[in-house]
Design a protein around this ligand. Structure first.
Ligand code: ADP
Ligand code: MG
Length: 760
């Protein structure tokens, strides 16, 4: 007898060789196996007749093998298979198809899946290039003598699930493909259906209300949809069976987050007061009229800070939307209440910038505030000094990098932590290290310039409340964005020259530092909280798998790099201008010097890698040239573009492509030209890359969803969230005590096993 917890190695048909391969894919138990859903389905009940094919469509057909031939073309061997149905025939071809030579026997039935193209040599005929294929079993002459009825039952005359390979090989060395997976899953389902009822993990009343089937039925029909199921509904993950599995996953994700929030509400924080003194202190430092969005957001923060439970709030807004000043106002509330506030920045440059602008703003107040900077590069004596000022409570506002955590800084009474994540993450989890044992939790405000699609905000940041600044301060001119190619670079450099003649400054950004070394992973602090990026896997059934820029992984030598172009431009097109070079392999004080020179206007053109993303504010810079723009992600390009347009002058973003531009890159570049709305771009980025890759580095805390897709299942996510909230807060009427207990156990299991999160 098997259960969901039965190890896969105990399943018939899974040998020791295979169970190791499965383990590599995270499939250890029957349950894991069953949640390995098909990534598409083939209608082999009503296959498309060859006479009804249309050029351009993706189709699956079933036809008889007529013949095959291995052609030796000049460039490569080409395997050509002719299949037919009645008089109509179809050619399928595979480049370098030598391996297919003796695979197909005339008379066999095959299923082909691929894009239909018109044949060039024969009018009215079609071909498929590199289709996926399966050779179908021959129906037995005498069905009662069929030795293995499963063969025919699972492969033909039904809607057939197609799986991504789970790895592993058969005894004869062939890869375990869909056929094998189908059989194993079928057998498991049969056994489960004969055994005792599979425990339901969702309350019955909830399922009934949402019109969702039981767990076992859902699993059965997700793998083997009954005849009559709409193919479109299957491909879009809209069948009741698939929706049930999506809901189940999202419900437990949201329930976990909801309980976290609830637990936080019970924690001891600080109830700050905001009397007239505090209010006027906040107002005094404002050099301008806040935007409506800034006012609203500050109101939300103030409301949190007044509550006795600790604040956990995410402050989102495009670069330059004025988050920092709002955060500083929050800091003043804490300080005026007699507490210390800390602001943690992702890089030294950024910390220093915050330090300087905080000093500038606070100087507007008649009262003297004590601001202390603490970064890793300070010498030991200065660090000691800073630490002691913090420890003695002299330092009211402490601005720093991760050094704040790493250097064991003791605060006397830390009331508010502001985390400037920009779009580098992994810091948030550790602010608790700054908390003294036994003391109240500080309020936490996380600022991010990455517009986060709501679906992600509900998951990654699910334990935070969200505030959004969706309005730029007045006086900004929109940035003009244009696309061009490498061939036109002379014109681009001329344009840069003219801007510099008008006393403006420019950035020119490259994906690489020098040669073929990739500059993507450079970070100013180690992201030890984030595991190595995992190989991207296809998202089941949903939007295209995130297949992001394979070219990024293997930079080709012809790519232009910052160092090389710095030399080239200095000697050539931009000769006579003051050029600077900035990249992550410079020591941090070197970086600092270059940045300061640029900031002071002593450098006209900054040739750089993506390091400048992380926050510099040079209002006089009006041109952002991104070379090899096809290699950048949307979020990244949007961030880079946000570096200009910070002053009153008209600014330009020039996206220069060099080399092959993939269709996905085309979409990104078009979107950049079309839109300056960070949220819109973020949605597209999420769709293209999937949540794991959304931020460039894989995030700790990015839920590794196996069924649901955050871009496809947005609606279900909202439903799951509201159901989870109802259950967690006891609004759910029709749930039995037993069900509650099951949900509790399932939640614990899910969170520990699936998300690897230990309850805080
Ligand atoms: P963010 O932190 O969101 O990137 P900042 O707080 O650095 O944005 O603000 C960007 C620039 O806009 C700063 O120079 C800031 O002084 C200015 N600024 C912020 N809010 C306003 C406002 N309401 N009116 C005018 N200028 C503003
Ligand atoms: Mg509070």
């Amino acid at each position: 007898m098997i259960e969901l917890t039965t190890p896969v190695r105990n399943i018939k048909g899974v040998g020791p060789r295979n169970h190791e391969a499965l383990a590599k894919r995270g499939v250890y138990t029957v349950e894991d196996l069953l949640y390995h859903l098909p990534f598409r389905y083939e209608d082999r009940l009503h296959p498309k007749p060859l006479t009804e094919l249309v050029a351009g469509e993706i189709a699956s057909v079933i036809a008889e093998v007529r013949g095959s031939v291995l052609l030796r073309t000049r460039s490569m061997p080409l395997f050509e298979l002719t299949v037919g149905h009645g008089l109509q025939t179809l050619k399928a071809m595979w480049f370098r198809g030598t391996y297919l030579k003796d695979r197909f026997k005339p008379g066999e039935m095959v299923a082909l899946y691929g894009k239909v193209e018109a044949s060039r040599s024969q009018a009215g005929r079609f071909k498929m290039v590199q289709p996926q294929f399966e050779i179908l079993p021959a129906p037995p002459a005498d069905p009662s003598q069929d030795k293995d009825p499963l063969n025919t039952m699972l492969e033909v005359g039904r809607i057939v699930p197609v799986y991504e390979s789970l790895g592993g090989t058969t005894a004869s060395g062939a890869r375990l493909g869909s056929k094998w997976t189908r059989r194993v899953i079928w057998q498991v389902l049969e056994q489960l259906e004969q055994g005792p009822a599979l425990p339901e993990v969702l309350p019955i009343a909830m399922l009934r209300r949402l019109g969702l089937p039981s767990r076992l039925k859902a699993l059965r029909e997700a793998h083997f949809p009954p005849a009559g199921t709409q193919m479109e509904a299957l491909q879009d993950f809209r069948t009741a069976a698939l929706q049930r599995l999506v809901f189940e996953e999202l419900f437990y994700l949201e329930l976990g987050l909801e309980l976290k929030r609830k637990r936080l509400r019970d924690r001891e924080g600080t109830a700050f007061t905001t009397d007239d003194n505090v209010r006027s202190a906040i107002k005094q430092v404002l050099p301008f009229k806040p935007t409506a969005a800034q006012k609203r957001v500050l109101g939300e923060i103030v409301e949190d800070m007044r509550k006795p439970s600790p604040m956990r709030r995410l402050l989102q807004g495009d670069v330059g939307s004025g988050k920092t000043i709002v955060a500083l106002q929050a800091a003043l509330i804490a300080i005026e209440n007699g507490y210390q506030a800390a602001l943690m920045a992702p890089t030294e440059i950024r910390a220093t910038q915050h330090y300087l602008s905080a000093r500038r703003l606070l100087a507007r107040s008649p009262r003297q505030y004590h601001v202390t900077l603490l970064t890793g590069s300070l010498d030991a004596a200065h660090k000691r000094q800073a630490r002691s000022r913090i420890f003695r409570g002299e330092a009211e506002l402490v601005i720093g990098t991760q050094a704040l955590i790493q250097e064991k800084v003791d605060f006397v009474n830390l009331g508010l932590v502001i985390v400037d994540e920009q779009h580098r993450f992994g810091v948030r989890q550790r602010f608790t290290l700054m908390k003294k044992p036994g003391s109240a939790d500080p309020d936490v405000l996380v600022m991010t310039a990455t517009p986060i699609p709501r679906t992600l905000a509900l998951t990654i940041y699910g334990d935070l409340e969200v505030s959004v600044i969706d309005e730029l301060p007045p006086g900004r001119t929109p940035i003009e964005t244009r696309r061009t190619t490498l061939e036109k670079s002379e014109q681009v450099w001329q344009f840069v020259r003219r801007q510099v003649e008008q006393k403006r400054q420019a950035y020119i950004v490259y994906p690489l530092i020098e040669g073929t070394r990739d500059d993507q992973p450079e970070l100013d602090f180690p992201v030890d909280a984030a595991p190595e990026p995992e190989p991207v896997k296809a998202r089941k059934g949903g939007k295209k798998a995130a297949i992001p820029f394979p070219e990024e992984k293997q930079p080709k030598p012809e790519l232009r790099s910052a160092a090389q172009m710095f030399d080239e431009l200095r000697a050539g097109a931009l000769h006579g201008l003051r050029l600077g070079l900035l990249h992550g392999r410079l020591a941090s004080d070197e970086k600092e010097i270059v940045m300061q020179q640029f900031q002071r206007g002593e450098i006209d053109v900054l040739v750089s890698t993506t390091v400048i993303e992380v926050g510099v504010d040079v209002p006089n810079a009006t041109v952002m040239v991104i070379e090899h723009a096809e290699r950048f992600g949307l979020a990244q390009m949007h961030q880079l573009r946000g570096r200009v347009g910070r002053g009153a002058a008209r600014s330009y973003c020039i996206l220069m492509t060099g080399g092959k531009v993939s269709p996905e890159a085309e979409l990104r570049l078009d979107a950049m030209v079309r839109s300056q709305n960070g949220f819109e771009l973020a949605e597209l980025d999420l769709q293209q890359r999937g949540p794991g890759e959304f931020f460039g580095t894989r995030q700790a805390g990015t839920p590794d969803l196996r069924v649901a897709s955050l871009s496809r299942d947005r609606k279900m996510l909202e439903i799951a969230k509201s159901e989870a909230r109802a259950l967690a807060n006891g609004y759910l009427q029709d749930i039995t005590e037993t069900e509650r207990e099951i949900v509790r156990r399932q939640l614990k299991d899910t969170w520990q096993r699936r998300y690897g999160l230990v309850e805080a």
